[in-house]
Design a protein around this ligand. Structure first.
Ligand code: UD1
Length: 415
C-alpha cells in the first residue's frame, strides 16, 4: 500500500495553486443528471471521490468524454436510476444523486451512504423534505427507494443548515412544479456554486448566498459550460503549512473571502497574512493561542478543524478547539500524540498544549482531513514521518506530495 515519507522539519517557499473544489464539484456532478443537453465542466480535480462519482454516473448511463481540463457529460440517455452500494459506500456525497434522479425520472434508488468515518451522519433531513415535495420513500435492504408522480414545490424549513440536504433538495426543486422556498439552508460557498451552476443550465433560483433559496421549477435544464470555485479547504491547509513551518509562501487560486473566518482567527493569533483578490501570502509569524468552535458557514469549517489542531501543536500556549458538527472527528489526535503532541480530549473539545517538538513516527490516516493534519505535523516533526493509508488523502487533495515538494518539503510517495 502506498505511503508518504516526510523528512522534517521543512522550510517552505514559493507559491502553490489550489485545485477546483471537490466539495463543489461532487454536487455539481450530481446536478448534471438534471441536464438534457451536454454539460462541460472545466478543471475537475483528479481525486478518488471524483472518480467514484464519475463511475456512479457512468453506471446510470451517462456518457463521459474529454479529460479533466474539460470533461463533457451527456445525460440524454440515462437508463438506470439506481446508485449501488459498492460505489455509494465509499463516498457519502453519492446521496446527492437522489434529488436529481427523482425529480427528472420520478424514481431513484440510492444505497444508504458511507464515507468518512466521522460519526453518525444521518440523512433524515434530505428524506423528510423530499417527502414534503411529494416523494414516496421506502427504506429497502440498505437502499432508499424514492418514487413520485411528480414533485410539487412547497415551503420547506430545514431543521439544521445541512450542506448535503440543502444541495439535494435544491436539485430536486429545480424540476418540481411550481415554487419551492427553502429556509434555513446552508450558506457554504459550495452550495452557492451549485446554485450558480444550476442557473447557468437554465434553473430559476433566487436568494443565492442567503438563508432562503427560492426555486421556480422549470420544465427542463439544458446544458452548458461551468467551472467550480477554488478549494478553500485545500487553501487553508497550505496556509497552515506555511504558518507551522514559519515560512513565506503564496497560496493562490481561490477566493479568500470564502475563508474569512479562518483567516481572521489566524490574524487575531498573530499570523502575518496578506490577502489579495485570489491569493493569500503567508509570512513567518509568532502565533499565540487559537480557540475555535466549528460551525456552519460563515463560521469555522469542520473541514479545517484537524489542520488547526496540528497548527496549535506548534504554538507555545494552550489552545482549545471544539468540534460541534460531527462527533468522533478527533481520530487524528491519538496519532498526533504519538508524534509527541500534548493534546487531551474533553467531550467535543481538544485542549492542545503546544510548543513540544514533534518527532517523526509511522502514523495512520483515518479520514480525509485527519490525514491532512498528520502530513502537516510531519512537515514540522524532527526526522521521518511515514504516513500510511494515503488513499484517504487521495479522496480530496490533488497531487499533495508534488505540491508540497514544489514548495521545498522533503516528501515522497512510495509503495
Ligand atoms: C459537512 C459539513 C461540510 C463539509 C462536509 C465534509 C457543515 C455544516 N457541513 O457537510 O462543510 O464539507 O461535512 O466534511 O459543517 N445532519 C442530520 N440529518 C441530515 C443531514 C445532516 O442530522 O439529514 C447533521 C449531521 O449529522 C451533522 C450536521 O447535520 O451533524 C452537518 O451535516 P451536513 O452539513 O449535512 O454534512 P455534510 O453535507 O456531510
Amino acid at each position: 500500500m502506498e505511503k508518504l515519507i516526510i523528512n522534517g522539519p521543512a522550510k517552505l517557499n514559493g507559491s502553490v495553486r489550489v485545485s477546483r473544489a471537490k466539495n463543489a464539484y461532487l454536487p455539481i456532478l450530481a446536478g448534471v443528471l438534471l441536464c438534457e443537453e451536454p454539460v462541460t465542466l472545466k478543471n475537475i480535480p483528479e481525486l478518488r471521490d471524483i472518480n467514484t462519482m464519475k463511475k456512479l454516473l457512468e453506471n446510470l448511463g451517462v456518457k463521459i468524454t474529454g479529460d479533466n481540463t474539460a470533461m463533457t457529460f451527456d445525460c440524454s440517455k440515462i437508463d438506470h436510476v439506481e446508485a449501488t452500494y459498492d460505489l455509494v459506500k465509499t463516498m457519502r456525497a453519492s446521496i446527492c444523486v437522489l434529488g436529481p434522479l427523482l425529480t427528472r425520472f420520478n424514481e431513484a434508488k440510492v444505497s444508504l451512504p458511507g464515507g468518512c468515518a466521522i460519526g453518525t451522519r444521518p440523512i433524515d433531513i434530505h428524506l423528510s423534505k423530499l417527502e414534503k415535495l411529494g416523494a414516496n420513500i421506502q427504506l429497502e435492504a440498505g437502499y432508499v427507494h424514492a418514487t413520485t408522480k411528480g414533485l410539487i414545490g412547497t415551503n420547506l424549513v430545514l431543521d439544521f443548515p445541512s450542506v448535503g440536504a440543502t444541495e439535494n433538495i435544491l436539485m430536486a426543486a429545480v424540476l418540481a412544479k411550481g415554487t419551492t422556498k427553502i429556509e434555513n439552508c446552508a450558506l457554504e460557498p459550495e452550495v452557492t456554486d451549485l446554485a450558480n451552476f444550476l442557473n447557468t443550465m437554465g434553473a430559476k433560483i433566487t436568494g443565492i448566498g442567503t438563508k432562503t433559496l427560492v426555486v421556480e421549477g422549470v420544465e427542463r435544464l439544458t446544458g452548458g459550460e461551468y467551472e467550480a470555485i477554488g478549494d478553500r479547504i485545500e487553501a487553508a491547509t497550505y496556509i497552515i503549512a506555511g504558518l507551522m513551518t514559519n515560512s513565506e509562501i503564496k497560496v493562490e487560486g481561490f477566493v479568500p473571502e470564502h475563508l474569512e473566518f479562518v483567516l481572521n482567527k489566524m490574524k487575531a493569533a498573530g499570523a502575518k497574512l496578506e490577502v489579495e483578490d485570489q491569493a493569500v501570502h503567508v509570512y513567518p509569524s509568532k502565533m499565540t493561542s487559537i480557540d475555535v468552535d466549528t460551525a456552519p458557514y460563515p463560521g469555522f469549517p469542520t473541514d479545517v478543524q484537524a489542520q488547526f489542531i496540528a497548527l496549535a501543536t506548534t504554538i507555545e500556549e494552550s489552545s482549545v478547539i471544539t468540534e460541534n458538527i460531527f462527533e468522533n472527528r478527533f481520530m487524528h489526535v491519538p496519532e498526533l500524540v504519538r508524534m509527541g503532541a500534548d493534546i487531551s480530549l474533553k467531550g467535543n473539545a481538544a485542549i492542545v498544549k503546544g510548543g513540544n517538538t514533534l518527532v517523526g513516527a509511522p502514523v495512520m490516516c483515518t479520514d480525509l482531513r485527519a490525514s491532512a493534519a498528520l502530513v502537516l505535523a510531519g512537515l514540522v516533526a524532527e526526522g521521518e514521518t511515514e504516513v500510511q493509508r494515503v488513499y484517504h488523502l487521495d479522496r480530496g487533495y490533488e497531487k499533495l506530495a508534488m505540491k508540497l515538494s514544489n514548495l521545498g518539503a522533503d516528501i515522497k510517495r512510495v509503495d
